[in-house]
Design a protein. Structure first.
Length: 213
């Protein structure tokens, strides 16, 4: 039995194998997308049998869940650390873009096309809520033009904000920040701006300035 706070050699070996499996999974996702993820293919790459690999991840969905959990945790930690440093909403926007550009496949796994037949567990939703909470904390209305119709709608449909006490104006600002900036990032990372003769970084900065002025 392992002593509290210390891993046994077997536990360390298991953690190393799980990390290696996840690395191969990310490589597969980069090559063929999450729907093409194959545990048997990973087992073959690692010189293992399928049943041997299933001792570490019971099925594809368990592996995908671990990858999504890691991705959300990474972004949540990035956003929370940025907010804790005193950054405003614009600073959070810069942190979001830097995180996305650092690993586009990680970004697309959580913000791209949903994996067919996959449903994320509740703990992942809770991690995603940490990100939105940080944005709502920073999303003071400022001097952006009011939109009474949208704010009235958000006041009645605020389930996405969970229990955060942000007023409707802050809800609007955070929601526009999230949707507009993710739209630009998704297009940029998918190379949809290629050939248009514009700099997506400048477009992103323009929208960020407009949202946070």
């Amino acid at each position: 039995m392992a002593i509290a706070g210390k891993e046994t050699p077997r536990e360390r070996y298991r953690a190393q194998l799980r990390a290696e499996i996840k690395q191969h999974a990310w490589e597969q996702i980069a090559a063929a997308g999450a729907p093409g993820l194959s545990l048997n293919a990973i087992a073959k790459q690692m010189g293992m049998s399928g049943p041997a690999l299933y001792r570490y991840f019971a099925n594809r969905d368990e592996l995908i869940t671990e990858l999504i959990r890691d991705a959300y945790r990474s972004l949540a930690d990035t956003i929370r650390a940025t907010a804790a440093s005193g950054a405003d909403l614009a600073g959070l926007g810069h942190a979001l873009r830097a995180w996305a550009l650092d690993d586009p496949q990680r970004y697309f796994l959580i913000y791209g096309t949903p994996v067919p037949g996959y449903h994320a567990p509740d703990d992942i939703t809770a991690i995603a809520s940490e990100i939105m909470d940080a944005l709502l904390d920073a999303a003071q209305p400022g001097d952006t033009p009011a939109d009474s119709r949208l704010e009235a709608h958000l006041a009645e449909h605020r389930g996405w904000a969970a229990d955060h006490p942000a007023p409707p104006a802050a809800l609007r600002r955070a929601l526009l920040f999230w949707t507009l900036l993710h739209g630009i990032l998704s297009l940029e990372l998918a190379d949809h701006f290629t050939g248009m003769g514009l700099d997506p970084a400048e477009l992103y900065e323009h929208e960020l300035r407009r949202l946070t002025r």
